[in-house]
Design a protein around this ligand. Structure first.
Ligand code: FE2
Ligand code: FE2
Length: 249
């Protein structure tokens, strides 16, 4: 549902989005896309031909499942998570688990404590498939620990597997350029918020992105995650300057 935005507000947002897109063009794509192109292609192939993954993907279109930042976010996280598993020498089952966990990780995004609730919901959904308990538990546990700044829960659940680490890192790759060229604007389109308010909250949001930079968990996440974040931050700074100039600072 789209919030009621005036025409002048829409024009203002259009201008700031254009500033974001031109900054993203200057900043360029994260290295992961070039250097790990093969692994991403492999992940896409498994995504396209695996029956379980396709059935879970079809579930996301159902109205009762809130996929938070959208189906595109879920699909991107699934592909990144699977590519990370491939890069870090995970096995074929873990690649499929990563795709399923990526697709389901935000199914309770609209509720508080969405990671834990999402894990429970994923368990229930996966119970309808002919899967062994271990598969479902590993996917659910990875979902339970995917949220940023929840280190205590991560320690309590104790899942430091490649699968859980890959899901966490894949989701945080999306805090890079994608966050500033797509996710943010999709979220704001649902709310009535002025550019002034956006500017007031901008630094707090940027601080969160900076904080996530040091939190990557897998080998591949540690190698490529900071590059995603640095490029996102450069775009974020350009947007921040634009917003500052708009409000006369
Ligand atoms: Fe999430
Ligand atoms: Fe997410």
């Amino acid at each position: 549902m789209r919030g009621p935005r005036s025409d002048s507000m829409n024009r203002d947002f259009q201008r700031v989005m254009e500033a974001a897109f031109s900054a993203a063009k200057r900043v360029g794509e994260p290295q992961f896309f070039h250097e790990r192109h093969q692994e991403l292609r492999q992940a896409e192939e498994v995504f396209a031909r695996n029956e379980l993954v396709q059935r879970v993907f079809a579930l996301l279109g159902k109205e009762s499942l809130a996929v938070g930042h959208g189906i595109k976010h879920a699909q991107s996280v699934a592909l990144f998570a699977a590519a990370i598993v491939i890069c870090d020498d995970g096995n074929a089952d873990e690649v499929i688990m990563a795709l399923v966990a990526g697709l389901l990780h935000d199914i309770c995004r609209n509720q508080q404590d969405h990671a834990l609730l999402g894990a429970q919901r994923a368990r229930l959904l996966l119970a309808d498939f002919p899967l062994d308990v271990d598969f479902c538990e590993r996917v659910a546990n990875a979902i339970a620990v995917h949220e940023a700044f929840q280190e205590e829960r991560w320690a309590a659940i104790g899942d430091k597997s490649l699968l859980a680490n890959a899901l966490y890192d894949a989701d945080k790759f999306l805090w890079g350029p994608e966050n500033f060229t797509s996710t943010l604007w999709e979220m704001l389109a649902l709310r009535e918020i002025s550019l002034k308010k956006l500017h007031e909250n901008w630094e707090r949001g940027m601080a969160g992105v900076r904080r996530v930079r040091g939190s990557f968990r897998s080998l591949t996440g540690k190698a490529y995650g900071p590059d995603f974040i640095d490029r996102g931050l450069l775009i974020g700074e350009a947007i921040g300057h634009f917003l500052g100039a708009q409000s006369g600072e």
